[in-house]
Design a protein around this ligand. Sequence first.
Ligand SMILES: *[C@@H]1O[C@H](CO)[C@@H](O)[C@H](O)[C@H]1NC(C)=O
Ligand SMILES: *[C@@H]1O[C@H](CO)[C@@H](O)[C@H](O)[C@H]1NC(C)=O
Length: 377
Amino acid sequence: MSLRTVVCLNVITLICFLSTLLYILFPNVFTPTLDVTLTGVNKNVVQTRENIARTVSTTASKPPLSRKMKADNSAKNQINRHYTFRDFQKSVCVKRFKPAENSVYHEEKKPCPTKGIVTIVPVGRTGNQMWEYSSIWSIAKNTGLQPYLPLCLKLKLEEVFEKMQFPSLEAIADCPFNPNSAVDSSAKLSKTKQNIIIPRAKFYIDESRPYLKEIVKEFRFKREFVDYAQSTLRELKSKLPPKHYTFIGVHVRRTDYVNYLKTSYHSKPATSQYFQNAMNYFKKKFSNCIFIYVSDDPTWCFNQFGNLKDVFVPSYKTNSSAADDLALMAACNHTIFDYGTFGEWGAILAGGHAIFYNGKRNQPRRTQKFKNWIMMK
Ligand SMILES: *[C@@H]1O[C@H](CO)[C@@H](O)[C@H](O)[C@H]1NC(C)=O
Ligand SMILES: *[C@@H]1O[C@H](CO)[C@@H](O)[C@H](O)[C@H]1NC(C)=O
């Protein structure tokens, strides 16, 4: 082997090693969410940590394309491949956003849109999905564009709620979709034929606020969840002397969030003192308060507060689903929660006063503008 070959092989090995390292450190840069418009990004930029972070944030706000679509697009002398909304839907309804096995759907076909549409890249569970629906709603209202849900998002929502009003992309699946002209916000809209694709985890909360009254009406729980909430309250009341009670739903998020707060914000979860303070606030404000705890960790709740006469943890002995818990919070009069979109929606649906946790990062700062919501420690 000549010296030159050896050097050459070493360089190749080094490149492989470095790119693997980059992939491990910054998987987002390599996910199939890169948009064709990225070709405008200066390729010679030295990929320092900052630059990569910037690239990730730019790409995160771009509509995603499947690897195949991306490859097709970047091919030199590309054949004018015509994408459809089915292609888009396939690229966003991926494995980690999968509806239940038994969900089936028949969407009535609609004529192809003559204007752009509003849709979203879905991510996360019920609370996130509800903000996604609201975001589509508000952007559609504000722009006059037609709202469409990726089928996976619609199916997920309809596991919890009665039929959602907006059609899924299935209705226009065969219609042409132009990924090149899609934008990620109404501010970037320059012609009515453009589609708005709301990026993953970008919730238009301020924009949703004026429409929340209408939006909340869309979130009609399925019978089984309403039944759970009502029978739980009924059973609880039967154990108490007959009085007018004020029910306060308390959402405690523990399991996944404890780690998330630690790694992302070097922040600690809400302490039991916080929940005590919040309960005291309500006890001063209303008479005959009953606190109903729902949580991903009912055992923690029971161990902390189970000995209090006015506290109930209904899922401590009998398991409940997330939808059961949300329906129960919605049936209560007021809310205490720590953080997260699930708690936010519990509070919005209950429609009364709400207290949320003032974490290190003032986590739900975005909801400070909600009437009757206060932040506590
Ligand atoms: C509740 O769920 C947990 C975990 O899935 C299970 O271990 C436990 O047996 C269930 N309890 C009841 C009462 O169904
Ligand atoms: C409080 O919630 C209970 C249970 O849903 C309901 O029956 C009651 O009317 C509510 N009270 C007020 C003042 O809204």
